[in-house]
Design a protein around this ligand. Structure first.
Ligand code: SAM
Length: 339
């Protein structure tokens, strides 16, 4: 395996690579980043298994966030290098500060993970021992009002994970048609009365709902609750997935990652809602259709009661692991039969 190397300039992916060296990342600029890592031990265990018996291991953390999984991996696997990706510069800064003590064993790249294959090619990395993704937004993004993700913390209608590029939610809502917005709400929020709901969203904005709290209030007043989750929550979820092209990103990752794994390597993905989990399950099923193929699927894992009690966000988390089999040795992992 070749180690991650610093490119001399931006590669084809347009990704920007930083190191955890104090020369390039000023720790004092790192935000106070609050995020409790979900399924930390289960993800780490998958990486430990994939890295066992190797001289060096390269792990790609596609969703660096606050660096919680990356830190656990660097601690548990002393021969591992971690390449951390995130499209959010505040996550890159926070994780780089947190992981500075690991020196050259950690590198960060500012990029969407849909660019994984191009980023690895730019860095002349042929393949990875493990590829990890913990999908969605971090608590830090959610709780920072000015990022515009939250119904409760009042902020602008933004919702971009990468604030350096792309259209904000307000800009998108200014030009989208009712029909296209209805598709977004139906596909990404599972909202059945999608045309009516899309009209209410657009009317609310036209009538002056120009912040998240104002939009949430109008939606709460006008939408009917037909399931346990309030419809405004589902609308916000759908809008966020739309603004960040989250399912296109996930599709690109799931398409490319299996082909980038070393023999015995693992792709570990944590999803938080049914649409994501369905995609992950289907892709892993397609890659590992039968027992004797090149890949096999691990059993899906959920957080235990204790973790959910400490961190309610963990309640909906599902971890699925796809293993690339070793030619020479049986692998000591639980294989999934059915789910
Ligand atoms: C749930 S947090 C990860 C938390 C991290 N595992 C930890 O323990 O601290 C998800 C992170 O993934 C990033 N992210 C989400 N989608 C992304 C994408 N398509 N490309 C790159 N980063 C993405 C978000 O910006 C966020 O920082």
């Amino acid at each position: 395996m070749s180690e991650p190397r610093l490119p001399t300039e931006r590669g084809q992916s347009g990704a920007v690579l930083t190191t955890s060296s104090p020369k390039t990342v000023d720790s004092s600029q790192a935000p106070d980043f609050q995020h409790v890592t979900v399924l930390r031990d289960a993800v780490t265990q998958a990486v430990v298994t994939a890295a066992a018996g190797r001289e060096t291991a390269l792990v790609v953390d596609c969703t660096l966030g606050g660096g919680g999984h990356a830190e656990a991996i660097l601690q548990a696997v002393p021969h591992a290098h971690v390449l951390g990706l995130d499209r959010d510069l505040s996550a890159i800064a926070a994780a780089s500060a947190r992981l500075a003590a690991f020196g050259p064993r950690f590198r960060a790249v500012h990029t969407p993970f849909g660019q994984l294959a191009t980023v690895l090619r730019d860095l002349q990395i042929a393949d990875a021992t493990a590829i990890v993704a913990d999908l969605g937004v971090s608590s830090h993004q959610f709780d920072t009002a000015e990022r515009g993700f939250s119904l409760r913390h009042d902020g602008p209608l933004d919702m971009r994970m990468d604030t350096s590029t792309g259209l904000t939610l307000a800009e998108r809502l200014a030009t989208v048609t009712v029909e296209d917005l209805a598709d977004v709400l139906y596909e990404y929020g599972d909202i059945r009365r999608s045309i009516g709901t899309a009209r209410i969203v657009l009317q609310s904005v036209q009538e002056g709902a120009d912040t998240t709290a104002k939009l949430a209030q109008r939606l709460s007043a006008r939408l009917v609750r037909d399931r346990n989750v309030h419809p405004a929550t589902l609308v916000f979820q759908a809008l966020r997935i739309w603004v960040n092209s989250e399912l296109d990103e996930l599709e690109a990752l799931l398409r490319d990652a299996p082909g980038l794994l070393q023999e015995g390597g693992a792709l570990a993905v944590i999803s938080f809602h049914s649409g994501e989990d369905r995609m992950v399950k289907q892709m892993m099923r397609a890659a590992a259709p039968k027992k004797y193929g090149a890949f096999m699927r691990g059993k899906p894992q959920a957080a235990g009661d204790e973790e959910v009690q400490d961190n309610p966000r963990a309640r909906s988390a599902r971890l699925r692991v796809l293993w690339r089999k070793r030619e020479d040795a049986p692998m000591d992992v639980a294989d999934e039969d059915e789910d």
